[in-house]
Ligand binder design. Structure first.
Ligand code: UGY
Ligand code: MN
Length: 257
């Protein structure tokens, strides 16, 4: 359906809103029996890549060029560690952190969809930690699989109607954060945020109004948003069901690292 050239998608200097009607599917090296929707990439001005990978039953995905974070959106997959005889079954709400160079393969037991975030890892500068008594050595990231529902939610700025789950461990080793944010109907960010970190956001449930720069957009489950550093941003949930999104941001590093 061409809809006479109309779409909610929008491409501005400091933000992108991409709605499912404008998604374009592509092959990728290391991906068999599946396609990638690359939502944002360095070509758009981002310092990371975020995509949704759609797999047929039996489709497989091998490691990419950088560390990865994956979050299962639909279906059932097996994550196998190539260096050990371990298979992990992962289903919606499961996620995994895969360090750069970690050998693994992912295969879909059923038709599946996963959110994938890739970012060149920014190592910690040992000189910045040498006088910190908390660290004998520079901490390193590690492979893990998590389950979102096991993460204790935190009320953002004390607002019980806005719950944040931090999916990555509270360790300075990690150079990005990935959280889910769940808004009760009518809940909103308590401020317009303007910050140096950039965001990749996948709307998982519900919807509302997103302010990006000087524009206000209706947004709903399935939409993707990229916010460049310093993009003014605010969200208010609308509807009778909660709104929930998965959100990436660069984190834990000096800006001149
Ligand atoms: O973590 C964040 O910066 C988050 N509160 N931003 C957002 O939801 N747009
Ligand atoms: Mn933010």
């Amino acid at each position: 359906m061409h809809n006479l050239g109309q779409t909610r998608s929008s491409n501005k200097r400091d933000h992108l809103l991409l709605t499912p009607d404008t998604f374009v599917r592509t092959p990728l090296p290391g991906l068999k029996g599946g396609v990638a929707i690359v939502h944002v990439a360095p070509a758009a001005g981002a310092a990371f890549t975020q995509m949704t990978i759609e797999l047929e039953a039996g489709g497989t995905l091998l490691p990419g060029p950088t560390q990865r974070f994956i979050y299962v959106l639909e279906g059932e997959l097996l994550l196998s560690e190539s260096s050990a005889p371990y298979f992990h079954k992962i289903v919606p709400g499961n996620y995994a952190y895969l360090p750069t160079g970690f050998p693994y393969s992912l295969s879909a037991s059923t038709k599946a969809r996963i959110a994938v975030i890739e970012k060149p890892f920014l190592p910690l500068d040992p000189d910045l930690l040498k006088n910190d008594l908390d660290f004998d050595d520079v901490p390193e990231t590690w492979f893990f699989i998590g389950e979102e529902q096991q993460i204790e939610p935190v009320a953002l700025n004390g607002d019980e109607d806005l719950q944040v789950r931090s999916l990555l461990p509270d360790s300075i080793a990690f150079d990005f954060a990935c959280n889910t944010m769940t808004y009760a109907p009518g809940a909103a960010l308590s401020q317009v945020e303007v910050h140096y970190m950039e965001h990749g956001l996948l709307m998982l449930e519900g919807g509302g109004i997103y302010r990006l720069g000087d524009s206000w957009y209706p947004t709903t489950a399935g939409d993707f948003i990229w916010m460049a550093p310093y993009c003014p941003q605010w969200f208010g949930a609308i509807g009778k069901a909660p709104a929930k999104y998965l959100i990436y941001k660069d984190f834990n590093r000096h800006t001149l690292a």
